[in-house]
Design a protein around this ligand. Structure first.
Ligand code: SF4
Ligand code: F3S
Ligand code: ZN
Length: 103
């Protein structure tokens, strides 16, 4: 399960597709958390795809992550600013890799 306190427990180490990356990152095995409002723990994501299918405003897009032990692609919150806080992605992810801070 993604740590809901990741913004306190982790540090921003990079930017990707216009969002923050929260470390630690040690590619290709350790990729950290992508996004802040819509956050995906890339080290938990198994590329199930339910979040991409169900998000009503297409926040997510696939990124290739060759060499990661869990999956070779990840759901990247490329358009997190479009999120309408419906929480569907949080509910459907089988490994609880997504946190949405609905405030
Ligand atoms: Fe998309 Fe809803 Fe998840 Fe926001 S909370 S990313 S709108 S599925
Ligand atoms: Fe990954 Fe969960 Fe989406 S496993 S692809 S974040 S539904
Ligand atoms: Zn990203």
């Amino acid at each position: 399960t993604i740590d809901p306190q990741f913004h306190e427990n982790r540090e921003k180490v990079d930017e990707h597709n216009g969002h923050a990356v929260w470390g630690p990152v040690d590619e290709p095995e350790e990729l950290g958390i992508h996004g802040t409002h819509v956050a995906v723990d890339f080290d938990l994501c198994i590329a199930d795809g339910a979040c991409l299918e169900d998000c009503p405003v297409d926040v997510f897009e696939w990124v290739d992550t060759p060499g990661h032990p869990e999956s070779e692609e990840k759901a990247d919150p490329a358009k997190e600013a479009q999120c309408i806080d419906c929480m569907l992605c949080v509910d459907v992810c089988p490994v609880d890799a997504i946190d949405v801070d609905a405030g």
